[in-house]
Design a protein around this ligand. Structure first.
Ligand SMILES: Cc1ncc(COP(=O)(O)O)c(C=O)c1O
Length: 380
């Protein structure tokens, strides 16, 4: 249990009507309405309210309805699912892409497809909960290495191959880590996987759209030994739903035998249409990711200039580690009083003693928000 209990689901915040998507209406302790600049959502490219995404969803709503009405093998498949899968496969240069209703479900499916109960699964210590649930469900043996620690990963791979030469291990990492803001050294990890003949599952949930060449993720261009890449439409794509990208053999296997793909209602068509519109926008704006990274790096520099340890990483998630729950909650309140919404992230989401403010920078975050943030944070 965290020292200060996690609040129930935070009071509902609505968009400020007619305003840009970074403004939200909250409610303060006296039940007064306050307008907050959103420095917390994962809508990194500000696409959730982009007119093209809304229009794509609206048109598909009219032609295909709100829900798909069935699983992909019964009545749920629409043209829009196939178009989105084909476009993603081409964008990522992968053979097969399959859409899932959520990233959580896609991750479960990916782990289950690559493991049985004898598989040694070697994971970065900070991977997302959904991947850990997948490992648990598979009954496989979970081995964890320190965050982004290549020597430790190599030691564990070596040990695993020596003690169990028959069994191919699976390595799992995220690329852009959701609570740290750090990026995995994916090229080096994949080299180790080749050296020790291991499978590799990569979660690019936070990276697609913003990291890697033209926003195609950190794994873009790497082939061997990547087995599956998972992505979600719920973050930079501004929509909802998720996908797995893989080779022909694993893809066919997922189609034939993956329960999390076969036995679930197909993703709502309007969400697919918005995801496809987002993909088209990302493709035609290849510098968006780089521009966002430049802003994120500049804010990290400013934080270190006003006396904070420079937050690790270079992507749009900036993790300001404060340590204690109390201090983190205090800073969250101080920022909220200045009209900035950040979220205090506390155990069990992060390890004990590592509570932090998670600040998210988005494509259109107003510069005044950074200035206000620095004003509050410079008074330690
Ligand atoms: C790293 C990571 N993977 C997967 C997911 C799950 O994605 P979704 O929100 O689409 O279920 C999340 C979402 O929080 C995430 O942060």
């Amino acid at each position: 249990m965290p020292a200060i209990p996690n609040s129930r689901i935070r009071r509902l915040r609505t968009w400020v009507p007619g305003k840009r998507s970074f403004e939200l209406i909250g409610v303060d302790e006296n039940q007064n309405q306050i307008t907050l600049i959103d420095l917390a959502s994962n809508d990194y490219l500000d696409l959730a309210r982009h007119p093209l995404l809304i229009e794509a969803a609206r048109q598909t709503l009219e032609t295909d309805g709100v829900g798909s009405g069935g699983s992909r093998f019964i009545t749920g498949s629409r043209n829009i699912h196939q178009r989105l899968e084909a476009k993603l496969a081409q964008w990522l240069d992968r053979k097969i892409v399959l859409i899932y209703p959520s990233g959580f479900q896609a991750n479960l499916a990916a782990v289950l497809a690559l493991t049985d109960r004898h598989t040694p699964v070697i994971c970065d210590r900070l991977i997302h909960h959904s991947l850990l649930v997948g490992v648990k469900a598979s009954g496989a043996k979970l081995i964890r290495y320190k965050h982004n620690n290549l020597p430790e990963l190599e030691r564990l791979l070596k040990k695993s191959r020596q003690s169990n030469p028959q069994k191919q291990p699976l390595v799992i990492t995220e690329t852009l880590f959701s609570m740290e803001g750090t990026t995995a050294p994916i090229k080096e990890i994949s080299k180790l996987c080749i050296k020790y003949d291991s499978k590799l599952l990569i979660d690019e949930a936070h990276a697609f759209g913003v990291m890697g060449p033209e926003g195609r993720g950190e794994s873009f261009g790497l082939k061997e030994p990547i087995s599956i890449i998972s992505g979600t439409f719920g973050k930079a794509f501004g929509s909802g739903g998720a996908f797995l990208a893989t080779d022909k053999k694993i893809g066919e296997n997922l189609i034939q035998s993956c329960g999390a793909f076969r036995y679930t209602t197909a993703l709502a068509p309007p969400l697919c249409a918005s995801a496809l519109a987002a993909l088209n926008l990302i493709e035609s704006n290849p510098c968006w990711g780089r521009e966002l990274q430049e802003k994120s790096i500049a804010l990290r520099d400013r934080l270190s200039q006003v006396g904070w340890q420079r937050p690790a990483g270079e992507g749009p998630i900036i993790s300001i580690i404060l340590g204690s729950d109390e201090l983190t909650m205090d800073y969250q309140k101080r920022l909220e009083a200045q009209g900035l919404l950040t979220v205090a992230i506390r155990p069990p989401t992060v390890p004990e003693g590592q509570s932090r403010l998670r600040v998210v920078i988005r494509r259109n975050t107003p510069v005044q928000a950074f200035e206000r943030l620095i004003e509050v944070l410079k008074n330690k």
